[in-house]
Design a protein around this ligand. Structure first.
Ligand SMILES: Nc1ncnc2c1ncn2[C@@H]1O[C@H](COP(=O)(O)OP(=O)(O)O)[C@@H](O)[C@H]1O
Ligand SMILES: [Mg+2]
Length: 358
């Protein structure tokens, strides 16, 4: 269980968390949502102990194995598969120990290696890497040969392979293509331990998580279900809160009117006094703070262009005289909505495909 208890955190001249509490049961898959800049990544750094709270505490799952994926793997000469295998520190330590251990210890080491499925580790790591879009031929290539986006996938693969008790993922689908995102969704759903994922990917949040934590105004609110369930429950909560507040305002006005009218009258003084007490005791219902986002306006052109907007006819494009895409045919018309699909960084292999919807 991850317990966040009355956590307050101030930094950079503002309050990120304000007496916030939440309990996350073992094995839960949780989506962490909130506005950009609300402090979601900051909360991860607090959980990791990289930042210290101003007040309150964070109690980690018992074994305390926490792993965050927020940064790409370093561009080292290490081969991909080895980098992922190294994330299972116990296996790496036992294997290293085999070289130097005294003979009487060897049986114990082999038994433990068998317990943790060390033999199947390379194939498990390979399944994860290929699920995230690497080819088998890539697995022996050094990390340094891959771009930042691909090394981010290696970091994600390493975390999934290590299976920490608490896995923290910060916007993992940002650097995945559709196939990678779908694979991750299925993988998270089956993840055997606790996972918190920060994401703006509604599909991921609807399909892979069973609870949602909303960070807003420094508080952490836990909702059952994925993103759509969260939105429904939140709308209902806000409606009830708004109604309760209106009711309370009316009651307050009624009591105040009585007090104002009868305070000076000796016969009614006791009753007025008791209403003053009731007024003082009323706990305010929090105002509903739904700050709307300003709409984005895209101006229409003064004079619409005649179709087609653009036509490609057997076009090749590339860099430094090297074509990357060849024989492209495409026509763009004013009402087109075009999705452009393709594997990341692999434009030289299959040509991207366009689907057209109207
Ligand atoms: N080094 C820093 N100096 C000043 N402000 C910072 C710094 N790091 C983070 N912040 C503040 O924290 C906010 C981002 O918090 P973050 O936890 O990344 O939000 P989220 O992940 O919810 O988008 C930024 O908007 C910024 O105001
Ligand atoms: Mg962030």
């Amino acid at each position: 269980m991850l317990r966040i208890d009355r956590l307050t955190f101030d930094a950079y001249g503002r309050r990120f968390l304000d007496d916030a509490s939440v309990l996350i049961p073992d094995g839960a898959k949780v989506g962490l949502v909130g506005r950009k800049g609300a402090g979601k990544s900051t909360l991860f750094r607090l959980i990791l102990g990289e930042l210290s709270p101003s007040a309150g505490e964070i109690v980690l799952p018992r074994s305390g194995r926490v792993h965050v994926v927020a940064q790409e793997h370093a561009a080292s000469p290490q081969p991909l598969l080895a980098a992922v295998l190294a994330a299972d520190v116990e296996r790496a330590r036992l294997l290293a120990e085999l070289d130097t251990a005294p003979p009487e210890r060897l049986g114990e080491i082999h038994a433990r290696l068998a317990d943790i499925g060390a033999d199947s580790a390379p194939s498990r790591a390979a399944v994860i890497l290929t699920g995230l879009g690497f080819r088998h031929a890539d697995l022996g290539r050094p990390l340094a040969e891959f771009s930042g986006g691909w090394r981010m996938r290696v970091a994600l693969a390493a975390a999934l392979f290590a299976e920490p008790d608490l896995l923290l993922l910060d916007e993992p689908t940002n650097y995945l293509d559709i196939e990678g995102a779908l694979w991750l969704e299925a993988k998270l759903k089956r993840y055997p331990r606790t996972c918190i994922v920060i994401s703006h990917d509604r599909e991921l949040l609807n399909n892979a998580v069973d609870a949602t934590v909303h960070l807003h105004d420094g508080k952490l609110d836990l909702y059952a279900g994925g993103y759509d369930a969260f939105e429904r429950q939140r709308a209902e909560r806000m409606r009830l809160q708004g109604a309760a507040r209106e009711k309370q305002e009316a009651e307050r006005a009624r009591l105040q009117a009585f007090v104002d009218r009868f305070r000076a009258k000796a016969s009614k003084a006791a009753q007025a006094q008791s209403r003053v007490k009731r007024l003082e005791k009323m706990a305010p219902v929090a105002a509903v703070l739904e700050r709307n986002v300003a709409p984005i306006r895209l101006p229409s052109p003064e004079r619409p262009l005649p179709p087609p907007l653009m036509r490609l006819d057997g076009v090749s494009v590339g860099y430094d005289g090297q074509p990357i895409l060849r024989k492209l045919n495409l026509r763009l018309d004013p009402d087109d909505r075009i999705g452009l699909l393709g594997v990341n960084g692999r434009a030289s292999r299959p040509s991207p495909s366009c689907s057209r919807a109207r």
